[in-house]
Design a binder for this molecule. Sequence first.
Ligand code: PMP
Length: 449
Amino acid sequence: ANSFHGNNDAFLARQAEFESNVRSYPRKLPLAIAKAHGVWITDVENKQYLDCLAGAGTLALGHNHPEVLQSIQNVITSGLPLHTLDLTTPLKDQFSEALLSLLPGQGKEYCLQFTGPSGADAVEAALKLAKKVTGRSGVISFSGGYHGMTHGALSVTGNLSPKEAVDGMMPEVQFMPYPHLYRCPLGLGGEAGVKALTYYFENLINDVESGVRKPAAVILEAVQGEGGVNPAPIEWLQRIRKVTQEHGILLILDEVQAGFARTGKFFAFEHAGIEPDIIVMSKAVGGGLPLAVLGIKKQFDAWSPGHHTGTFRGNQLAMATGLTTLKILKEQDIAGKVAEQGEWLKAQLAEMQKRYPVIGHIRGLGMMIGIEIVKPNEAADHMGAYPADGELSALLQKKCFEAGLILERGGRHGAVLRLLPSLLISNDELKIFLDKFEQALLGAGIKPV
Ligand code: PMP
């Protein structure tokens, strides 16, 4: 029996008293959680929400999956220590073998490095390692990229708002435009836009007059998450791989959000058939508990003992829940299921778009879908994109919440509503999502045409 009941507002008021002003999710999703199961969250007043945020993509198998819970139970009864620094255990051994087997080439060319508990921590390690390997210090990153809130990770993050929190970033970070299906940064769009951006990247690296020193690394997400759900064009990714390889620049793929079957492939970079030099993994890899790991091409395993240490490396419970998650994702071909569901959902949303022109653009892959909210009564740009409507998307997020649907926003002006549910979400639950989303549109006073 669950005894966590009470008054939602009272918990929120106490949270505001206890915690710093920087807390962000509670402002948009004002609930105190009593319990959760699968795609459902129940608050302390017993109201149910369809959770299409899933810990920002962390809960690949949803909340409290029975096998995930059982794996925690197994650790408890096994007598394994909860904390081991970076010593090994039979559980760590199993987890490492299972994770490596999922990396490109069954992981034969890679080794793992456990870092601290968060994605940002792993990004820091990746950037430091690339600098050590190459003896260079610059990093190229992309507009719209998100890599975390620690100093280095924030420095390579595109969004300027969190940078207001601190004065001064890591030097020698160069941002380049990331392709965008709806709002091409070059104003070209389509294949022409992708071609020009590919040429631009290549030229910047090759041309001594470009003003950009050869960097240690290029870091990117194959599908940008916080940046508003932008999948990279395959040919652009392939060219970046080729150019970085030719110049001895390490390519770091941040798979923290898009990895682990979310986009319909086990890793998002697999859509382009490329092999990164460093793979940054967190969120789903720990099955809901804190874990972050780097996959490093063996020839770049350049550190010696003592170069990069830390207390919390490879939490045993997270390896148990992570191992169970990896097994289920693989054995049940969740990537295949998710790929189909993503295409179905985008088609359904495209039907809805015909009735609701405030839906400007639908994009994404698998269970990583973005819905960009626009002002359809204002002038579109020359490529047909209407101005983004961050205010309406904020209102829609609120109306979704009132309708019992938890969604996140992202992208420029926060105008993109983002769907990142459990990968085990059923087709019926996706229909509930569509119903609730339409209810929110109507609740926001949007009339279907
Ligand atoms: N990289 C990406 C792509 C992310 O989406 C996030 C978190 N949203 C991070 C890194 C940072 O992870 P963490 O919040 O665990 O530091």
